[in-house]
Write a protein that binds this ligand. Structure first.
Ligand SMILES: Nc1ncnc2c1ncn2[C@@H]1O[C@H](COP(=O)(O)OP(=O)(O)OP(=O)(O)O)[C@@H](O)[C@H]1O
Length: 975
């Protein structure tokens, strides 16, 4: 590029320099030939060149004695000089074409921004005719055209139209259409270079279109505009320009892009007169095209400066925001980098000091350390797998997924208790003590465990076994499991398989799956840390069907003593010895356990508890634990036997004791609340919350009152508190005599009491009479719906998963008429029960025919047999004998004996077959106050095994044939 610059002293011969270009040079420069031509023109004009510090200076002695110097930045120029049409070489020349030479110009549309004087702008000319015309004008040494900003198309929504579409339609504009779309004011642009369809324009001065001359290519007549005259010493103009400059300077500090603009401009134009300053500011700002056009159209220099100031100020704000965004991001990134670097440094330092080895080494060390103490007991094949995996771990890349799989695998392998066994307890007496400590009764289970211990003692080692405890809910199956573990000194692990449907829960997932885990058994071993725990598999009768494999079969492998010495978990993939594990399963209904599983178990049935047993459990176990759990001391509370009995008989009649436990908890929670309300704290001593005496002065009198009312001692404060809360009960009237007798003593001791009263506390008494205060009104039990069974109604005994219960068979005549004999059944009866009703009908008919030949009841009566409660589904053959009795009662119009209940399957010939659930049924019969029970003879053994307290007071008959029942049921009436 060529530029005239001030240059005072290049050589001694050079005297001064003027900024004015040499008139002789003008033609050469104006025609903008390639650089080499310029250089040769200069030389022809007598300039000599000299090289100073990489720059070439052209010097010449002028006729008036002054030197004029032209500096050529040859370095940049030379590289472009090779291109014949080099635009850069034609350069920004601070000379202007004469207006009279360019009154008619080609109109170039600018789609994006106007061109400001002194600035470059590349544009693309797609119109071939226009391009040809531009080439032509360059050839004619008149490389100037008018550049005008295009107006937005009014109907096109610029936000919707995509950029490329807009551009395309702009290039398609021609002639009049294009003319109408051009802004009036534009710039005289020097065509610096043309390469392909790219044209580089250099802005010179403002133009205004006056009229269109020709359409294709669009040529227009123009006026050359001049800035309005202005006073450059005017204070306001000065101040505005300074503000523009200072704002520009501020922006320059932050924006490197602007810095480049300024450098280029200063280097090549360097014209910072006020109009140019305004143009410069607007041109380099990021303002939109209309704002820029506004600046271009403004000929008043002051106004232009003001417009520019607005734009640069806005630019300043934007650059501030940009700076803060950049800063924030930089801070974040540098913060993270810093942390990373520090961590790396820390690692390196630790490694250097030997404090820490790298991840892999540390991990391997950890696993080796873990397995080392177990090495002796660990089976060799396991050790081999561990060693192989450790070697593999060392070879794997720490970030690879394989690495984490191997690490987790090793974690499990090394954490398992290989060959670790807890010392077993072979002390039968000690074990019995522990079992009795935790549970009342359950003698069958306890006996079985003691046998197990005895065998273990004799053998010197115990064998893994599967015991299945079956029984209704809440009879202590789960809790005795825990107690057995304690008695055997084994670790306890419980898992419930109720609803379990995925085999992977038992056998684990293969290691290749993401998030793979070993099965429950391996988790159990890791958890308990010994290889001989007691594993309680809860709810085995509720095992799910299985959507991925059959969980029952997987359990089979786990439980079978033949197979489980080499149990293979999918995740571990090495055989584990589970033969020393004692499995205890629990189930409510044994029949629901898959047969192959049941076959391998020793089933110990736990029937429900009778009232007497429940009393013991409540008194000695449930009450104790609940009291402790509530933080109540024994001396602070008394629950009477009568209250407990009422609770069992009226509120908690089910087979188990869970409901009883809940009720006891409820009572104790209420007691705790009362005690707290009454201010019970450290010194518990006294009182029945129900039977409150106003004053209680002396110890001897207290004893007497306590005898009558359950009141032992009372403080003033507690009395006051209780007066507010409790009404005096009925039995309060029993006490006045004592009160009267002690009245004087009370008065005397009142003063003494006052000082001690704050610490005294009441004792809460729970009696049958006010049990409802604690647990609400008793629940109505519909088990015994008839006090005296009417004709056609007989009580049967049933067994359910919740324990035993009594049920009635009701028969009545629905219709009568010659030959109408039929039987209708209701009560949600299953197929087996329906069949047994049909059998009963036939047998009953045969008996009547034999006993009362003239009785045509069955032949002519349509009968209806119903079993309440209708909403409960029922099934089974054991109600056969009850149905016959009910039908016979109706046919012979005789009610059955009072307090009789029966159960037994009947054959068509009247034979009685055995039934199940003898204990449950006996207990249920007792609950319903039945005195006489009929069981099949085949069940005699089951009955004999029952505890004496269960059998106490019952008249039980064992029968083979229905006729025996007939005699029992109706014989009594006859007699
Ligand atoms: N004979 C007993 N002696 C002392 N407490 C008992 C006795 N039987 C049951 N319990 C208590 O009853 C509560 C319920 O027992 P548990 O949960 O073991 O019943 P479960 O038979 O396992 O019931 P489910 O079949 O519903 O699982 C426990 O708190 C337990 O301590």
């Amino acid at each position: 590029m060529l530029k005239l610059i001030p240059f005072s002293c290049v050589r001694s011969r050079v005297h001064h320099f003027t900024q004015t270009p040499i008139p002789a040079l003008r033609p050469a420069i104006e025609s903008a030939p390639p650089l080499l031509s310029v250089l040769s023109s200069l030389r022809r004009l007598g300039f000599r060149n000299t090289n100073l510090g990489g720059r070439v200076f052209f010097c010449s002695d002028s006729s008036d004695g002054s030197d004029q110097v032209v500096e050529a930045q040859v370095k940049a120029a030379e590289s472009r000089a090779d291109e014949a049409d080099s635009s850069a070489a034609s350069a920004i020349v601070p000379t202007s074409p004469r207006p009279e030479d360019y009154l008619t110009v080609l109109a170039l549309p600018l789609p994006h921004r106007p061109l400001f004087p002194g600035f470059y702008m590349p544009i693309y000319v797609k119109d071939p005719k226009l391009l040809a015309a531009l080439h032509e004008s360059r050839k004619r040494q008149a490389p100037y055209a008018g550049a005008f900003l295009l107006k937005d198309e009014p109907e096109v929504d610029s936000s919707v139209a995509s950029g490329s579409e807009t551009e395309k339609s702009v290039y398609d504009l021609k002639g009049k259409q294009l003319f109408n779309r051009l802004h009036e004011v534009g710039t005289l642009a020097q065509i610096s270079s043309i390469s392909g369809d790219q044209v580089i324009l250099i802005g010179h001065r403002r133009l205004r279109i006056t009229e269109m001359v020709s359409e294709d290519p669009l040529t227009v007549k123009v006026d050359h505009l001049k800035d309005k005259p202005y006073d450059k010493d005017d204070d306001i103009i000065k101040a505005t320009s300074f503000e523009v400059i200072s704002t520009l300077r501020d922006v320059l500090k932050t924006s490197s892009l602007w810095r480049d603009h300024v450098q280029t401009y200063t280097k090549h134009i360097g014209d910072f007169t006020l109009p140019r300053l305004a143009d410069f500011g607007a041109a380099i700002s990021g303002a939109n095209k209309l704002q820029c056009q506004q600046v271009l159209e403004e000929l008043d220099v002051y106004k232009r400066l003001k417009l520019t100031l607005e734009l640069v100020k806005k630019e300043m704000e934007i650059s501030k925001i940009q700076e803060s965004i950049a800063k924030a991001i930089e801070e974040k990134i540098s913060g993270e980098q810093r942390r990373y670097l520090l961590n790396e440094q820390l690692k390196a330092i630790k490694k250097e000091l030997g404090l820490e080895t790298d991840d892999k080494t540390a991990l391997t060390g950890k696993f080796r350390e873990r397995i080392e103490p177990k090495r002796e007991k660990c089976p060799p094949h396991i050790l081999q797998v561990i060693d192989e995996e450790l070697t593999k771990l060392q070879l794997l890349e720490a970030s690879s997924s394989e690495f984490s799989v191997t690490r987790n695998y090793l974690d499990w392998l090394t954490a398992l208790p290989w060959g670790e066994y807890s010392d077993e307890n072979f002390d039968v007496i000690g074990a019995q003590k522990i079992l009795d400590e935790d549970h009342y009764g359950l003698s069958d289970v306890k006996e079985r465990i003691l046998e197990f211990i005895a065998v273990g003692k004799l053998r010197g080692t115990s064998q893994g076994k599967i015991i299945c405890l079956s029984g209704p809910p809440g009879v202590g199956k789960t809790s005795i499991g825990r107690s057995i573990a304690r008695a055997l000194n084994r670790k306890f692990f419980r898992f419930s398989v109720g609803g379990l449907a995925d085999v992977a829960e038992i056998k684990g997932h293969r290691r290749t799956y993401i998030g793979a885990m070993p099965g429950k058994m391996v988790q159990c071993l890791k958890n308990v840390g010994t290889a001989n725990p007691l594993v309680l598999i809860d709810e085995i009768d509720k095992l799910g069907r299985g959507h991925a494999g059959d969980p029952a079969s997987a359990l089979l492998e786990l439980l079978d003593p033949e197979q489980n010495a080499n149990f293979l978990d999918h995740y571990l993939d090495v055989p584990i010895d589970l033969s020393k594990v004692l499995f205890v399963c629990t189930a409510n209904v044994v029949e629901m356990i898959p047969n192959p599983l049941l076959d391998r178990m020793e089933v110990v049935a736990i029937a429900g508890y009778i009232t007497d047993e429940k009393m013991h459990i409540a008194r000695d176990y449930l009450e104790k634990t609940t009291r402790e759990a509530c933080g109540i001391k024994p001396e602070q509370v008394e629950v009477t036997d009568a209250a407990l009995l009422a609770l069992i008989e009226n509120y908690c009649r089910e087979a188990g004791v869970r409901n009883l436990q809940k009720h006891i908890e409820k009572i104790y929670r209420k007691i705790a609340l009362r005690l707290v309300r009454q201010g019970a704290t450290i010194e518990p001593a006294v009182v029945n919350t129900q039977d409150i005496e106003p004053k209680e002065p002396k110890v001897d009198s207290q004893d007497r009152i306590a005898d009558n009312c359950g009141l032992e001692q009372m403080s003033e404060t507690s009395v006051e508190a209780d007066k507010e809360q409790t009404e005096l009960p009925a039995n309060h009237t029993e006490c006045p005599a004592n009160q009267d007798a002690d009245l004087e003593d009370k008065k005397e001791s009142e003063k003494d009491q006052e000082s001690e009263s704050t610490m005294a506390v009441q004792k809460v008494l729970v009696d049958k009479s006010h049990l409802a205060d604690f647990v609400g009104k008793p629940v109505f039990h519909a088990e015994r719906i008839y006090d005296q069974t009417p004709i056609g109604v007989v009580m049967g005994l049933a067994w359910t998963s919740m324990g035993g219960s009594t049920l009635y068979i009701e028969t009545t005549r629905a219709e009568e008429g010659e030959g109408k004999g039929a039987l209708q059944l209701t009560g949600q009866l299953g197929d087996v029960m329906k069949e047994s009703a049909q059998i009963a009908h036939t047998v009953a008919r045969a008996i009547v025919a034999e006993k009362e030949p003239e009785n045509s009841f069955f032949a002519n009566a349509k009968l209806h047999l119903h079993v309440p409660s209708g909403a409960t589904p029922k099934d089974g053959p054991s109600a056969g004998c009850t149905m016959i009795t009910s039908l016979l009662s109706l046919a012979m119009k005789k009610p059955v004996r009072k307090d009789l209940a029966m159960t037994g399957e009947v054959t068509l010939t009247g034979k009685i077959l055995p039934i199940g659930g003898v204990k449950e049924k006996t207990i249920a019969a007792r609950r319903s106050e039945v005195k006489t029970i009929v069981f099949p003879s085949a069940n005699r053994r089951d009955y004999d095994e029952l505890a004496p307290n269960v059998k106490e007071g019952l008249d039980v008959h064992f029968v083979d044939d229905y006729m025996q029942i007939f005699d029992l049921a109706f014989g009594h009436e006859q007699s």
